[in-house]
Design a protein around this ligand. Structure first.
Ligand code: NAD
Length: 357
């Protein structure tokens, strides 16, 4: 929460997003699902993937960069392999479609590798990780981003050649521990975090961004609104870069949707390709023994004496869980610039009510 921010209840944001997306042409049920998905990202603390993306989504719907009437389709179903075509449908819908198709196969076979091509923006990938974990599965996701100019520079490069290509690993809760949920962009900061920092006039960690000349900086102003001047850096130098590259190859090539290389079209939308390996834990060993070992490892890792006693060691997924509880009761903090962008997007499709007034 920054000076000048106001808190808005999640339900109000969902209703506002639903109305704007419906006016932009989305089916009412899809509009609600997509708006809910965006606001859930805000509730979990990922404002980069939250309702601040509404102006882009509305524009994509109006410009035909998302097919608001499309339905995803299973293209290939052979043993443990499923291939789903997103047909440019809303990412949230396409992602859930792929999960719902894969779960019964993972239940039956112990494992299912499902690919998804040409979905509109999938948003927070952890949402699909949570679907898997809540249904009792473990899952590994690699995602690439196409239809868009690249955003992330390769390690030792000076211009953008990759998307922010997220990786997510989810494991189901045990009797005593919550789900493990590692969900991260392979850029040092997510694109939307640069946008949010620029909108708020804040700095980012030095080196998280390369300027237009390829030099490291802490100034995100080239990412204000939906502009992009410069590039994001990969996290962890060659390691994050390696994972981003792997996501292009596994998600982009295996799904058939393609990579971000310039031979593929870039209309200015956002398309995601995904590969997810869904695993039924019981197929790997005795459930009780596995849970006991999982719990012991959680306890061991989290018992490390904290470097700062105000910031104890937590598990991946814990920060989102605690923020979700807090923001669900206190509301979602919104900065004036993002509010302005949301209201302008709503006005453009004929919505009369304004957020924040
Ligand atoms: P982040 O850096 O905030 O968090 C990354 C992971 O680290 C999370 O799993 C989180 O639980 C964990 N974590 C954070 N602090 C921790 C701590 N102190 N101890 C232990 N674990 C901790 O996330 P990000 O990289 O900024 O990604 C933001 C979101 O953007 C993700 O949901 C991602 O899926 C999404 N994304 C989507 C796309 C797309 O094209 N659809 C592209 C990029 C990113």
């Amino acid at each position: 929460m920054q000076p000048g921010d106001i808190r808005i209840p999640a339900a109000e944001l969902i209703n506002f997003g639903t109305a704007a997306l419906t006016k932009a042409g989305a089916r009412a049920s899809d509009a609600r699902l997509v708006a809910d998905h965006l606001v859930m990202a805000n509730l979990t603390g990922h404002d980069s993937h939250g309702i601040g993306l509404l102006p882009a989504y509305v524009k994509h719907a109006v410009d035909g960069l998302v097919d608001v009437k499309a339905t995803p389709e299973i293209l290939h179903d052979n043993g443990a392999i499923l291939k789903v075509a997103g047909h440019d449908a809303w990412g949230r819908m396409a992602g859930e479609f792929a999960m719902t198709a894969a779960f019964p196969k993972a239940e039956e076979l112990g494992v299912c590798a499902v690919t998804l091509s040409n979905a509109h923006h999938l948003g927070r990938i952890g949402a699909y990780g949570e679907m898997a974990a809540n249904a009792g599965f473990s899952a590994i996701f690699f995602v690439n981003v196409t239809d868009h100019d690249p955003m992330v520079a390769p390690y030792q490069g000076t211009d953008a050649r990759f998307g922010t290509n997220p990786v997510c690993i989810a494991l189901p809760p045990t009797g005593t521990k919550p789900a493990f949920l590692l969900d991260m962009a392979t850029s040092r900061i997510a694109m939307g975090k640069a946008r949010v920092a620029a909108n708020k006039g804040l700095r980012v960690p030095f080196g998280a961004i390369l300027d237009e000349n390829g030099l490291p900086t802490d100034d995100p102003s080239g990412f204000k609104g939906f502009e992009q001047k410069g590039a994001l850096a990969p996290f962890g130098d060659h390691k994050g870069y390696g994972l981003a590259f792997a996501a292009e190859l596994l998600a982009g090539v295996y799904s058939g949707g393609g990579t971000i290389q310039p031979g593929n079209e870039r209309r200015g939308g956002i398309r995601n390709q995904m590969i997810a390996v869904i695993m039924q834990p019981d197929a790997f060993g005795d459930a009780e023994t596995m849970e006991r070992e999982t719990d012991a490892m959680w306890e061991y890792a989290l018992a490390s004496p904290p470097a700062d006693w105000d910031s104890p060691v937590v598990a991946p997924g814990d920060p989102e869980r605690s923020l979700r509880a807090r923001r669900s009761s206190e509301g979602v903090p919104m900065d004036p610039e993002t509010l302005k962008q949301l209201n302008a997007a709503a006005e453009a499709v004929g919505i009369e009510g304004r957020l924040g007034f």
